[in-house]
Design a protein around this ligand. Sequence first.
Ligand SMILES: Cc1cc2nc3c(=O)[nH]c(=O)nc-3n(C[C@H](O)[C@H](O)[C@H](O)COP(=O)(O)O)c2cc1C
Ligand code: SF4
Ligand code: SF4
Length: 281
Amino acid sequence: MNKVDVYYFSGTGNSLVLAKLVAERLGGDLIPIASVIDREKIEPAADVTGIVFPVYYADTPNIVRRFAEKLETTEGKYIFAISNYGGGAGDSLKTLDGILRSRGEALSAGFGVHMPQNAFHKPWEMKSLAYRQATKRIDFIVRAVEARRTGLFYSNVLVQTMMSPFQGWIRRMTALYLEKASNTPAPSGLSVEQLMPLCGASFAADEKCTGCGICVRVCPVHNIEIVDKKPVWQNRCENCLACFNWCPTNAIHGALANTGYRYHHPDVTVRDIGGQSDIPA
Ligand SMILES: Cc1cc2nc3c(=O)[nH]c(=O)nc-3n(C[C@H](O)[C@H](O)[C@H](O)COP(=O)(O)O)c2cc1C
Ligand code: SF4
Ligand code: SF4
C-alpha cells in the first residue's frame, strides 16, 4: 500500500480541517509545514505527498514557497496540492508548480476548494454551506488522488478564467497596500513576498490585552514575543491573521486586519493551531 504524507499550513483552521479530512480518507499522516520548515531539506518518506494551504493575495503563502523550495521527493512520486480561498485560487497552484519544476519536480495535481473568507466580512457568505460543499469537494479530490489524476482542478473555472487577466494588476495593488501596512516608504520596489514579513509591524495590542500569550502560542512562525506582559511583533510575519483572530479579548489591531470581522473554523482550537510549530520528535 502507498504511504501518504499530507503537509498543511493554516492560520484560522480552514486548511487544517481540509488537510485532516483528506489525510483520514487517504490513510495518510498529517504534518504541519511550520514544524519542518527550519530543516535544511524536507524529504517525505511517502509515495504520495499532499500540500494544503490558504491563498494569500491571489498567490501562494511565503512559508509554502519556502517549503516547496526544500522539498526533495524522488522522480515519479505523486505530489498534489489543495489551495483554499474565500474567492479564488489566483496563481497559487501555478506558482507552487513553478517552484517544484524549477527543482526538477512538478505538481501532479492541484485542486481549488472554496472556504469561508478569514480576512474580511462577506455579508452574503453562507459558512455552513461552504463547509458542506468543501466536504463534497474533498470526496472528489480523494477519488482523483486515488486514481492519480493529473492537472489543475479549480472549484470555479469561470471565476478563475475571468480573474486571470487581472492577476498582474491585483499584485501591483497588493504591493501598494502592503507598503502602507508595513510603513515602508513608497515606491519601495519590493515585491509582495518581500513586504509581507514586514507587516507584523502594523500589529499592536490595546488596553484589552490581558497578557495571556495566546497570540504567541498560535503564531506558526514565532513572530510574537511578550515584553512587559504585552505582545511585540517581529519581522517574519506570514500574514496568516492567527494572532488577530484567536485573541480572546479582541485586543489586536493593525493595518492588515482593521475591520471588526473575526473568524476561525468552529471545529479548530487554539491548541490545534498552536501545535503547528511543534517540532516532531
Ligand atoms: C493575508 C490574507 C490574504 C488573503 N488573500 C486571499 C485572496 O487573494 N483570495 C482569496 O480568495 N482569499 C484570500 N484570503 C482568504 C483565505 O485564503 C481563506 O479564508 C482561507 O480559507 C484561510 O485558510 P486558513 O483558515 O487555513 O488560514 C486571504 C487571507 C489572508 C489572511
Ligand atoms: S492573545 Fe490578546 S489578550 Fe492574549 S496576550 Fe495576545 S493580544 Fe493580549
Ligand atoms: S504575527 Fe500574527 S499574522 Fe503574523 S504570522 Fe504570526 S500569527 Fe500570523
